[in-house]
Design a protein around this ligand. Structure first.
Ligand SMILES: [Zn+2]
Length: 344
């Protein structure tokens, strides 16, 4: 069947790799900065236009400063889900947040959770979506802070926090460094993912061997990115044999890296790896799930068959309980069949 961008936009989708801080509408960031008397570095229309990496970091720092009260977290979680549903027909999201970014400006973990859960519940009431949370560790922080985060998660255990993640530049913290935090997550019954083999790192900084550490030491249930794996036949085979899902992202912040990213996604699929398509930082990267799907399909000359595969792979890779997952799968199949009938 022929596909069109509008058909792909209507396709039901699951978002498994998006960072809460990367979802803030620029207008929301500007309003929250105003609330706390903070200056914007640039005009609101240019907030997410970066001359270099430092501009990008400046915005991230500002986001960490403006999420303080539970109402701030509630608003941001709600808007992230609203945007994902209204732009792209996203029906389930697993959103990661780094609790430790917000503690220095006064938002305790309990405050963050109160707001995030309220935002998710309000969005679930208003839209036909579900959402879960992943608490993420920044690998630039030391393992002691990772264990502090695990203390917080366990002390404030909430069913919405279904798993943990690990992000930040791999050269700063190889996966093995976080083995003990991940062991505690396993003991607490949490799912585990980690950013691994990212293409903004060299092969020496993010080598394919990090896959072994993620599977053997961290016992990950899913992985984020994975592009550098393609440099090693043995790692590709191991990833394939494990059946693990990779939450890849179709759009990168660095325009020069976009075609390389697409080529890696194509190779991962051709090698038979399980992949799902995601946005990473939708607002900050000027994308959304529909745009990301269309960007990848157009860039790789793929069609409706691949679009459907990504849609349904998102369901299989998500961390809903088995019954909710079965319902989501049925709903996606119904929606897809309806789109195909309309089209023919
Ligand atoms: Zn990411």
């Amino acid at each position: 069947m022929e596909w069109t961008p509008s058909l792909v936009t209507q396709l039901p989708k699951v978002e498994l790799h998006c960072h809460l801080a990367g979802t803030l509408r620029p207008t929301t960031l500007a309003e929250l900065a105003g609330k706390y008397g903070l200056q914007l570095p640039r005009a609101v229309e240019e907030l997410y236009v970066y001359r270099d990496f430092y501009d990008f970091l400046e915005v991230l720092r500002l986001i960490a400063l403006v999420l303080r009260e539970h109402e701030d977290f509630e608003r941001v979680a709600y808007e992230a889900i609203e945007d994902a549903f209204t732009t792209s027909n996203v029906r389930h999201l697993e959103m990661s947040f780094n609790p430790q970014y917000f503690i220095p400006s006064g938002a305790s973990y309990a405050t963050q959770m109160k707001g995030l859960v309220a935002g998710i519940e309000a969005a679930e009431y208003d839209f036909p979506v579900s959402a879960l949370l992943l608490a993420a560790l920044d690998r630039e922080w030391d393992p002691a802070s990772a264990s502090e985060m695990m203390d917080l998660i366990v002390a404030h255990r909430h069913e919405r926090v279904v798993g943990i993640g690990l992000d930040g530049p791999e050269r700063a913290g190889p996966p093995a460094r976080f083995e003990s935090a991940y062991r505690r997550a396993t003991q607490a019954g949490l799912k585990k993912t980690a950013h691994v083999c990212e293409d903004n790192q060299t092969l020496a900084e993010a080598p394919p061997s990090h896959l072994d550490a993620c599977l053997d030491l961290l016992q990950c249930d899913r992985l984020d990115h994975g592009y550098n794996l393609m440099a090693s036949k043995a790692s590709i085979q191991r990833a394939k044999d494990s059946g693990i899902y990779f939450a890849v992202c179709g759009v990168t912040s660095v325009a020069a890296n976009r075609s390389r990213r697409l080529a890696a996604i194509e190779r991962m699929a051709a090698a038979g790896l399980n992949t799902t398509l995601n946005t990473d930082d939708p607002a900050m990267f000027h994308t959304d799930m529909a745009h990301t799907y269309n960007h990848v399909l157009e860039g790789l000359g793929w069609g409706w068959r691949e679009a459907k595969q990504f849609s349904l792979a998102g369901v299989e890779a998500c961390w809903l309980d088995p019954q909710a997952k079965a319902e989501l799968r049925n709903d996606f199949q119904r929606q897809i069949a309806k789109l195909e009938v309309q089209r023919t």
